[in-house]
Design a protein around this ligand. Structure first.
Ligand SMILES: Cc1cc2nc3c(=O)[nH]c(=O)nc-3n(C[C@H](O)[C@H](O)[C@H](O)COP(=O)(O)OP(=O)(O)OC[C@H]3O[C@@H](n4cnc5c(N)ncnc54)[C@H](O)[C@@H]3O)c2cc1C
Length: 446
């Protein structure tokens, strides 16, 4: 009884720990909205700022996969031999714009330096620490925001068409020994789970504990609404400068005209973070790993598939969504400014056609801005905020008492959103963090 009372009192105090302090969260993607909800719940007066509307950045058109099984860093030696071939094909799974090449080179050097076994093990452990309970962290947040229906936990499949079975088995063992809940399925077992998959599928890895959402953008919107209902303010504001950041002082931010003052600031600006961090004298080797998605409308939910299905060889993923079937993937290095190459989105259709028995029709070269629904563009380009070691930056700015970073979540921002929000709450309130955050410190680049 005494313990319960103590816990309640502690909880009450924790909920008010931020009382009287105002805090800006810059960036209203999945990371920023999770930070805003957590900080507002802790009693801070939160202002959530974005240059666009909520969730219009990379968090909008992604594959909606709570991909907790993806515990291996992207930098691996085997990729090195495939890189030239991959990069030279403009419609291959990975592409590099020739005009952007010199700009991307330093990032690639850093990426390659993360391929050593020691670094892979270290970085893999850090990714695992975020992914382990990522879905558990989401559940109470989504419940409080009346958004529980947006998380489905039916697992996901990684399917193989032509990879030799010995290789498939090797991959299975790799995941299994990393502690990922995985089953190795033969064709009959795969087709039983997903009868619409074509007979070309030979094997699959079934990740039994992962989840997906029917609407990634809606998650951002509902979480932002929840933060607002708790008292947060949401403002369209493009931050140009962070000024006057002396220790113990307020932080001032400006869009070039208006100046706003806060006790604390969290920077959650995804792929656009480099400039703001440079202004504060922090180096951030971030690249926009551009990815595309193609939304096939007018299908009944779960008609084609009931869970995300990724192709090991074709390197893309198909997710059943509220607005249709979403095909997503591919990596393109071309920075933030070069025009989208929507052929990269369109090419996903042919892949899906080879993998599914029935799928909705789609006419290539249809108007890029065509809307299949007020929320979903048919073809979409997003900028994954990627750092060369596949780890995000989560933590306090080493030289600025009241500035915090929550950015660089690469391919896993949706997955790691809730745990990042929780950690930022603990860091800002100087509580012990649930996991070791030292691997995520900005000082690894400075
Ligand atoms: C094709 C594709 C598929 C993907 N699939 C998955 C998946 O299945 N599962 C998964 O976990 N992840 C997936 N991802 C990755 C995931 O989408 C990202 O990691 C995640 O969206 C990053 O969230 P964020 O909040 O950091 O960035 P964003 O969503 O990009 O948000 C950053 C926000 O900051 C704002 N901003 C930037 N600069 C300023 C400024 N100066 N002032 C004010 N506002 C500013 C932007 O407008 C933007 O809204 C996928 C990505 C792509 C491209």
């Amino acid at each position: 009884m005494k313990n319960t009372l103590l816990n309640h009192t502690k909880e009450r105090n924790e909920n008010n720990v931020g009382k009287g302090k105002n805090i800006a969260v810059i960036g209203a993607g999945i990371i920023g909205v999770n930070c805003a909800v957590e900080l507002q719940s802790l009693g801070f007066s939160v202002t959530l700022l974005d240059k666009e509307n909520v969730g219009e950045g990379c968090s909008k058109g992604n594959a909606g996969h709570f991909a907790t099984e993806q515990v291996f860093p992207l930098a691996e030696f085997s990729l090195l031999w495939q890189l030239p071939k991959l990069l030279l094909d403009p419609l291959g799974p990975m592409a590099l714009s020739p005009s952007y090449f010199p700009r991307a080179l330093p990032w690639f050097f850093k990426f390659i330096s993360n391929m050593t076994k020691t670094k892979r093990v270290k970085n893999g452990e850090a990714i695992k620490s975020l992914n382990n309970k990522a879905i558990e962290y989401y559940k109470p947040v989504l419940k409080a925001a009346n958004a529980e229906h947006l998380l489905t936990t039916k697992g996901s499949l990684l399917v193989f068409e032509s990879t030799p079975f010995t290789q498939v088995k090797k991959q299975y063992q790799h995941y299994h020994s990393a502690g990922v809940a995985v089953e190795l399925l033969n064709r009959e077992q795969v087709l039983k789970l997903e009868p619409n998959l074509s007979e070309s599928i030979q094997h699959a890895l079934f990740f039994t504990e992962v989840g997906h959402t029917l609407a990634p953008h809606e998650i951002c919107v509902l979480l932002a609404d929840h933060a607002k209902n708790l008292g947060a303010e949401i403002k369209q504001f493009s931050v140009k400068d962070i000024i006057n950041t002396d220790k113990n002082d307020t932080v001032k931010i400006t869009d070039g005209k208006t100046v706003l003052s806060f006790d604390h600031v969290v920077i959650a600006t995804g792929a656009w973070s480099e400039k703001l961090l440079n202004q504060l004298s922090y180096k951030l080797p971030i690249e926009a790993e551009r990815g595309y998605s193609l939304n096939l409308a007018n299908v009944k939910v779960n008609d084609e598939l009931s869970r995300p299905v990724a192709s090991a060889e074709r390197k893309f993923i198909m997710t059943p969504m509220a607005h249709g079937l979403r095909l997503s993937g591919t990596v393109e290095f071309a920075g933030l400014k070069i025009k989208a190459n929507m052929k990269r989105a369109e090419m996903l259709y042919q892949h899906a056609k080879n993998m599914l028995i029935k799928l909705p029709s789609f006419t290539a070269n249809s108007n890029i801005n065509e809307q299949i629904d007020k929320n979903t563009e048919q073809k979409w380009l997003g900028f994954r905020p990627s750092l060369p070691d596949s780890l995000p930056v989560i933590g306090q700015a080493p030289n600025h008492e009241n500035i915090y970073f929550a950015l660089g979540h690469q391919h896993l921002g949706l997955t790691q959103g809730a745990i990042t929000g929780k950690l930022i709450g603990q860091i800002v309130t100087k509580h012990p963090t649930d996991i070791d955050i030292s691997p995520f410190c900005i000082s690894r680049f400075n």
